[in-house]
Design a binder for this molecule. Structure first.
Ligand SMILES: C[S@@+](CC[C@H](N)C(=O)[O-])C[C@H]1O[C@@H](n2cnc3c(N)ncnc32)[C@H](O)[C@@H]1O
Length: 204
């Protein structure tokens, strides 16, 4: 899968564009000014660089070296102050344990993990939040299977709201949970009507 992502991101342009994800944009006012944000599976950096332009120190982690390098370049193009706020780190989320209680927010946008690793990885990400910190997540729902608008073609990598409630039980208080259809316009990779799951939880 890592090679798959490196190959995708080696193509010219940005697979999901350079505009931040709409759900993240809509929720970003809930992240306090100056709060630190961890972005797992950040890809080519559209979301981390946008948060850095808003003044947040951000840590973008991914297992695609190509994606991380593009995120770095995007931040450099946005100027030295933005670039200084972005840290990038190569990690495999199947194994990586972020420092517990080290960040104020986690933004997991289309960070699709296989069912065999998803729950443990999600719990480690939630544990990285300081008490009161927010986790925001958007991912494709199993009902997205067969649609051409984007997402994994494997049901084990798609998330229901109940999956997420189980993953974060005892760690996060749900603030918002929703499954439904949205119209995606995110680069060539996410285009058209799609079924997604959205979740916001606050660290207890
Ligand atoms: C669909 S892309 C989304 C990229 C970005 N979040 C966005 O919305 O533009 C999924 C990303 O998750 C990363 N990823 C998937 N599995 C991973 C893992 N086990 N460890 C680290 N990164 C992973 C991929 O390399 C890819 O960058």
């Amino acid at each position: 899968m890592q090679t798959f992502w490196d190959q995708r991101f080696a193509e010219p342009g940005f697979k999901y564009g350079t505009t931040p994800n709409a759900f993240l944009r809509g929720q970003a006012q809930a992240i306090a000014p100056g709060a630190t944000v961890l972005l797992p599976g950040d890809g080519e950096g559209r979301n981390s660089v946008w948060l850095a332009t808003r003044g947040h120190p951000v840590l973008a982690v991914d297992y695609s070296e190509v994606g991380l390098a593009k995120a770095r370049r995007l931040a450099q193009q946005a100027g030295p102050e933005v670039d200084a706020r972005l840290r990038t780190q190569w990690v495999d989320l199947a194994e990586w344990t972020p420092e517990p209680a080290s960040v104020d927010a986690v933004a997991a946008i289309y960070c699709h993990l296989d069912r065999s690793i998803r729950r443990d990885a999600h719990r480690r990400l939630a544990a990285a939040l300081r008490p009161g910190g927010l986790l925001l997540l958007e991912a494709f729902h199993p009902r997205q299977l067969g649609r051409p608008s984007g997402g994994p073609k494997d049901e084990d990598m798609l998330y229901t709201l109940d999956d997420l409630r189980g993953d974060f039980a005892g760690l996060l208080d749900e603030r918002f949970g929703w499954e439904g259809e949205v119209l995606l316009d995110e680069g060539p990779g996410h285009q058209g009507a799609a079924v997604v799951t959205r979740y916001v939880g606050r660290r207890v």
